[in-house]
Ligand binder design. Sequence first.
Ligand SMILES: CC(C)(COP(=O)(O)OP(=O)(O)OC[C@H]1O[C@@H](n2cnc3c(N)ncnc32)[C@H](O)[C@@H]1OP(=O)(O)O)[C@@H](O)C(=O)NCCC(=O)NCCS
Length: 121
Amino acid sequence: MSFSTVSFDGDDLDTTVHLVAFAGDVATGCVTLLRHPAQQSIQLRGMAVKSDYQGLGIGARLLGEAQEIAKAHQKNLWCNARQSAVSFYEKNGWTAYGPFFEIPIIGQHVAMQWKIPDREP
Ligand SMILES: CC(C)(COP(=O)(O)OP(=O)(O)OC[C@H]1O[C@@H](n2cnc3c(N)ncnc32)[C@H](O)[C@@H]1OP(=O)(O)O)[C@@H](O)C(=O)NCCC(=O)NCCS
């Protein structure tokens, strides 16, 4: 895919965080966290692990880091998850909400969220 198809509004904001996983010099996975000023939750998007590195725990580790950042900001996370990735998010403590909807070219998606654990009283 061309570079323009993977760059989005908000990527360059000072409040946006891009996490990248490396194996040596190889970038193996990535995810972006977008903090819309008006929103109570942080949007997670662009979650991907290089095909020959999938199934090794890299995605779970990236999600774990994203969840740590969310905890530090005391905000929940949300994303539009591909249907094929819903179980991946569920295994990592996320829940789906709302109906499935179509994103052209990519396919069926559903909104999912991860809530920061309740703080000790
Ligand atoms: C979905 C994706 C990010 C997962 O990353 P990954 O590094 O392969 O996942 P992990 O190895 O960390 O897997 C963590 C757990 O989720 C499971 N899992 C991973 N991908 C899964 C999938 N697509 N469906 C169901 N379970 C999945 C793993 O089996 C593992 O379970 P376990 O802890 O019981 O062993 C990666 O497969 C990917 O990039 N897919 C294509 C792009 C995509 O769908 N991105 C998400 C867009 S919303």
